[in-house]
Design a protein around this ligand. Structure first.
Ligand code: DGL
Length: 262
């Protein structure tokens, strides 16, 4: 199975891309809805939760792990790779960075995400590993998360919030913007309008799915271990009344959520 975890339901944007690019594989998802959000928690707490989430998925039979949550990818991925040596663990940041540096022409990049993600500077560090000369401007946009969960993807209030958050970025003449949070692809339209069509938006969810596809094509011994069927399992640490409806809306298919307390 392909194991995917997130702080809550946001990771379903990653699930959607995985189902699109890797439809043949069985997937198990864990959304830590009882402890969401991760994006405003300390590094040590996010690492602790990410380790628990990974253990849970491995116990369920996952053979590879996708850290769908940008905040956990930013602060916990290295620790997960240390603790679970031998398990292929994919975070969403590296593939997004690879795409962003490939598409930028003026080497001026923007990154938006939660506070945990933007203050970690992981995007900056990874972009600079490619080569010097990039200018990276990041901005935490915490209100995008509840707005996306509320389904307010085209409401005036969301447009106002987007204008406020993105105003500074817009003045910086960036040509590429990384949507560094699971929820932001849901606000793509508004973000694109506010930034202008000259700015390319990079969605880490899509990039990680494509990276895994390439990885499985090259690593047949891992590929063989993955179950091939569509009996996907969706676990959540809390099942609020609106969860199934939101999941349906985001994923475009009905899921049966299973409650599991870590
Ligand atoms: N999943 C988180 C992320 O991508 C957003 C929600 C949260 O803060 O937990 O950073």
């Amino acid at each position: 199975m392909i194991g995917i975890f997130d702080s809550g339901i946001g990771g379903l944007t990653v699930v959607k891309e995985v189902l699109k690019h890797l439809p043949e594989y069985q997937m198990v998802y864990f959304g830590d809805t009882a402890r969401t959000p991760y994006g405003n928690k300390s590094k040590s707490t996010i690492i602790k939760y990410a380790i628990q989430d990974t253990k849970f998925l491995l116990d369920k039979g996952a053979k590879i792990i996708i850290v769908a949550c940008n905040s956990a990818s930013a602060v916990a991925a290295e620790e997960l790779k240390r603790q679970f040596e031998g398990v292929p663990i994919f975070e969403v940041i590296t593939p997004a960075v690879n795409k962003a540096v490939a598409v930028t022409k003026n080497k001026r990049l923007g990154v938006i995400g939660t506070r945990a993600t933007t203050s970690s500077n992981v995007y900056q560090d990874k972009i600079k590993q490619h080569q010097n000369g990039y200018t990276i401007i990041s901005k935490a946009c915490p209100l995008f998360v509840p707005l996306a969960e509320e389904g307010w993807t085209d409401k005036p209030v969301t447009k106002m919030v987007a204008k406020k958050y993105l105003y500074h970025l817009k003045l910086q003449n960036i040509d590429t913007l990384i949507l560094g949070c699971t929820h932001y692809p849901l606000l793509k339209e508004i973000i694109q309008i506010k930034m202008g069509k000259q700015v390319t938006l990079v969605d880490p969810a899509e990039e990680v799915a494509q990276e895994i596809k390439k990885y499985l094509a090259k690593n047949k011994e891992i590929e063989k271990k993955l179950a091939k069927n569509s009996n996907h399992e969706f676990y959540f640490s809390d099942i609020a009344p609106h969860l199934t409806e939101l999941a349906h809306k985001w994923l475009g298919q009905i899921i049966t959520p299973i409650q599991f307390n870590l």
